[in-house]
Design a protein around this ligand. Structure first.
Ligand code: IPD
Ligand code: CA
Ligand code: CA
Ligand code: CA
Length: 258
């Protein structure tokens, strides 16, 4: 078995192990705090889920470095072996208000190169996983590469504040699509693009929001870059656009126009 699949055999178990804790934690009543504002929440379950992954990583892959949304943030450049990016609950607002439309995500790099990405839809109990050379799976179902459709043929996932402020002509971009969608979880948005249910997704994101999704999207030959066409950097916040090849060039051209 190659190294990538050996890692996957261990890691793929963790999501279903932590699921009961996440679901029961919400039922028992959440401890909710504001981080930077009332729109930026963290719960005890976000923190406990990240701790669960950190313990598993330390136990099974002791030479790792970790960047986690709710914990220490090590640098990918300091990683000699594996580097992990954790978003324990993505869509915390949905988790709190709706109890659905949230995911848990992990991304793994080796010597700065992507190895595996995981987006776990906790309520649906579906694990999207894959990486370079593997393709992308939803549990055992292999996903086919989405058709290379143009912007006008598909729905576009967007970020609420960016559409409201018409960030770089975003309203024009949306008008040329089949419509805008806002789901409140970057992971859920990536799943829609992976499945060909949306032509693209555009948002200002932190590394833990896009690390796993970008590994999966690239494994399906989708384009994932900044809206200026630059390669994503795992250590910074970026205006991220994931889309089919055709839609990517159409959207970036419209957004570059004065
Ligand atoms: C958030 C979600 C949301 C996106 C925000 C993220 P969080 O992640 O992915 O869709 O618009 O920018 O911060 O904080 O719930 O993990
Ligand atoms: Ca957050
Ligand atoms: Ca997130
Ligand atoms: Ca989060």
């Amino acid at each position: 078995m190659n190294e990538q699949l050996a890692i996957h055999q261990v890691v793929s178990q963790w999501f279903r192990q932590v699921r009961p804790q996440i679901l029961a934690g919400r039922k028992q009543g959440l401890e909710i705090e504001n981080k930077t504002s009332r729109l930026d929440l963290v719960t005890n379950i976000d923190k406990e889920t990240e701790q669960f992954y950190r313990q598993q990583i330390r136990q099974h892959f002791p030479n790792s470095k970790i960047l986690g949304e709710e914990g220490a943030k090590e640098d990918i450049n300091s990683a000699e072996e594996l580097f992990w990016v954790i978003d324990p609950i993505d869509g915390t607002m949905n988790f709190v208000k709706q109890g659905r439309s949230f995911v848990s995500m992990l991304a793994i790099y080796h010597k700065q190169q992507p190895v595996l990405g995981y987006i776990y839809d906790v309520v649906a109990d579906q694990l999207y996983w894959g990486g370079p050379g593997l393709g992308v799976y939803c549990d055992e179902e292999k996903l086919s590469e989405p058709e290379n459709i143009s912007l006008k043929e598909g729905l576009l996932g967007v970020n609420g504040p960016m559409i409201m402020s018409n960030y770089r002509n975003l309203q024009t971009v949306v008008k040329q699509s089949a419509g805008a969608r806002i789901y409140g979880s970057a992971g859920i948005e990536f799943i829609h693009v992976l499945r060909g249910q949306c032509v693209g997704y555009l948002s200002h994101l932190r590394p833990w929001d896009y690390a796993a999704g970008s590994i999966l999207a690239e494994s399906l030959n989708l384009v994932v870059k900044t809206i200026d066409g630059n390669i994503l950097d795992v250590v910074s916040s970026e205006d991220v656009l994931v889309a089919t090849k055709r839609a990517f060039s159409e959207i970036t051209a419209l957004m570059a126009a004065k």
